[in-house]
Design a protein around this ligand. Structure first.
Ligand code: MLT
Length: 325
């Protein structure tokens, strides 16, 4: 009997076709509402999601046969990893596929801040010719602090070095060789805060990283620092950052991600001068979406047909070890 693979979120055609072309798979595609997805999950063996579908305990309870979940992307904060582990359900992500896209977007946001591109664009549309007002600053010679030196952080570091920036980074679990290979100085978070002209976040969302950029952290930063977040909204305390922007302590912020997406109209940072926004576009390139879709499809295929798993993110959680014995 064919394995049922449920794909409730929008996934690039290339990934779907890879699975549909295999007679051993029956594929249900979306976009599906939560109710439709949960109904379709009743006999699903595998699930591929992006960030829309929240795979929480309730969703998992509706999928009694589920063996594997693939996240076409990096962040797995929309999946209850612990609840999946208890059931022995393998959760995998697809690192690498969208790292370049996220890093390019990060550099785009830095340049937008340094050269006031969104505000200058808007002023021209409104009939002004504000050359003085939008005099910028250069990235060359500035210090960039990278929080999280995984694939995206490393790519951002390389791009920033090409712009002549000095790159320092904090990521305790990453081995010293990686810092050496990247030509990036390894520093503590405090040193990163005190030295950086720009700070860019590339850390996962979890209890440890929640509001890592709060009023206390901002107080330890250089006056006039600029902050870029294309990782996850929960890393920043939005109220604290809004206050720091208003006081001038932080000269600018560029945000691609929000604690709630889309952010509510009264989100404290929206509409502030010096803050640039994009609607979670970091991984939204044609190339990256094809790459993560194909990678997720291949990982699910190999898991179902050969029991081979890659990039498992819940292997160490209670339940998984026993399930794998
Ligand atoms: C990711 O985690 O892969 C990116 O933020 C993009 C996404 O959420 O799909």
């Amino acid at each position: 009997m064919a394995f049922h693979i449920l794909i409730p979120d929008n996934l690039s055609r290339e990934g779907i076709e890879l699975l549909q072309s295999n007679p051993e798979f029956r594929v249900t595609t979306g976009p599906l509402s939560r109710e439709e997805a949960m109904a379709a999950a009743a006999d699903a063996d595998a699930l591929i999601v992006r960030s829309s579908t929240k795979v929480d305990a309730e969703f998992l309870a509706a999928a009694p046969k589920l063996k594997v979940i693939a996240r076409a992307g990096v962040g797995v904060d929309n999946i209850d990893l612990a609840a999946a582990a208890v059931r022995g359900i393998v959760v995998m992500n697809t690192p690498g596929g969208n790292a370049n896209a996220a890093a390019e977007h990060t550099l785009g946001l830095m340049l937008a801040l340094a050269r006031h591109i969104p505000a200058a664009h808007q002023s021209l549309l409104e009939g002004r010719w504000d050359r003085k007002k939008y005099k910028g600053t250069e990235l060359r010679g500035k210090t960039l602090g990278v929080i999280g030196l995984g694939r995206i952080g490393q790519t951002v570091a390389a791009f920033a070095q090409a712009f002549g920036m000095v790159v320092i980074a904090c990521d305790p679990p990453i081995p010293a060789e990686v810092f050496e290979r990247c030509g990036v100085a390894r520093v503590s978070l405090d040193e990163l805060f005190s030295r950086s002209d720009y700070i860019t976040l590339h850390a996962p969302a979890n209890e440890q990283t929640r509001h890592m950029i709060d009023a206390g952290a901002i107080a330890r930063m250089k006056d006039g620092v600029r902050i870029i977040n294309a990782a996850r909204g929960s890393l920043i305390d939005a109220d604290a950052l809004a206050e720091a922007i208003k006081s001038g302590k932080v000269a600018g912020a560029a945000l691609d991600v929000y604690e709630v997406e889309p952010p509510p109209a009264d989100y404290p940072l929206i509409g502030l001068d010096g803050v640039v926004h994009t609607p979670h576009l970091g991984a939204s390139t044609k190339e990256a979406q094809v790459a993560v879709a194909v990678q997720a499809a291949e990982q699910v295929r190999d898991a179902l047909l050969r029991g081979e798993t890659r990039y498992v993110v819940n292997a160490s959680l209670p339940g998984m070890a026993e399930a794998r014995d």
